[in-house]
Design a protein around this ligand. Structure first.
Ligand code: 5GP
Length: 189
C-alpha cells in the first residue's frame, strides 16, 4: 500500500503576505495540491469561484455543518470558512500532499485530530507594516481593516502552537525559508 500524503497547514494574520507565499510554494512544488476552501464571504475582484474559494450561501454552509461535511470550519471576520473532509481524506489516501491555508481556529481543530501534519505560521515583521499592507491592498473598508488587525493581534499570540514560524520581512528570504521547510518535510517518508 502506498503511504498517506502529508498535510501542510499554513496560517497567518491577513496582510502577512500569505497568499503570495502560498502561490510561490505551489508553483515550486508541483506535486503539492491546494485545498480550495468554502466560504460565505463575497468574492473580491479578481477572485474566481472554485479556484480561490467555493463561494456558497450561509444556508448551504450551515446545512453542511449538520451533515458533518467539514473537516474543520470557523467563523472569521463575520464570515464562515470550511474545509471539506471528504476532499482532504481522499487526497491524503491517494498519497497526495495537500496544502491548507486556514485560520488558527481551524488549524487547532485539525491539530486535535489524528492527521499527520506539518504546521506553519507566517508572521508579519511588525504590526505597523501589517496595518500598512492592509491599507495599501485597498480592498477593505477602515472598519474591516480594524477588525482584521484586532484578530491579527490575537492570532499572533498563538504562533507557538505551530511547528514552524516564518517571518515575512524580506519576501525573497521568506519564500526560501518556506520552501526549505517543504523540501525537508516532503522528502521525509
Ligand atoms: P480571506 O477572507 O482574507 O481570504 O481569509 C480570511 C481568513 O480565513 C484567512 O486567515 C484564511 O486563512 C482563513 N481561511 C480560509 N479558508 C479557510 C478554511 O477553510 N477554514 C478556516 N478555518 N479558515 C480559512
Amino acid at each position: 500500500m502506498t503511504g498517506m500524503g502529508k498535510l501542510f497547514l499554513i496560517s497567518a494574520p491577513s496582510g502577512a503576505g500569505k497568499t503570495t507565499l502560498v502561490r510561490k510554494v505551489l508553483n515550486r512544488f508541483k506535486s503539492l495540491f491546494y485545498s480550495v476552501s468554502h466560504t460565505t464571504r463575497s468574492p473580491r475582484k479578481n477572485e474566481q469561484d472554485s479556484v480561490d474559494y467555493f463561494f456558497i450561501s450561509l444556508e448551504e454552509f450551515e446545512r453542511k455543518i449538520s451533515q458533518d461535511h467539514w473537516l474543520e470550519w470557523a467563523k472569521v471576520h463575520d464570515n464562515y470558512y470550511g474545509t471539506s473532509k471528504k476532499f482532504v481524506r481522499n487526497c491524503l489516501g491517494k498519497g497526495w500532499d495537500l496544502l491548507l491555508d486556514i485560520d488558527i481556529q481551524g488549524a487547532r481543530q485539525i491539530m486535535d485530530s489524528d492527521l499527520d501534519l506539518v504546521s506553519i505560521f507566517i508572521m508579519p515583521p511588525s504590526f505597523e507594516i501589517l496595518f500598512q499592507r492592509l491599507e495599501n491592498r485597498g480592498t477593505d473598508s477602515r472598519e474591516v481593516i480594524a477588525r482584521r488587525l484586532e484578530n491579527a493581534k490575537l492570532e499572533m499570540t498563538q504562533k507557538d502552537m505551530y511547528q514552524y514560524v516564518v517571518v515575512n520581512d524580506d519576501l525573497d528570504e521568506a519564500i526560501e525559508e518556506l520552501c526549505s521547510i517543504f523540501e525537508k518535510e516532503i522528502a521525509q517518508p
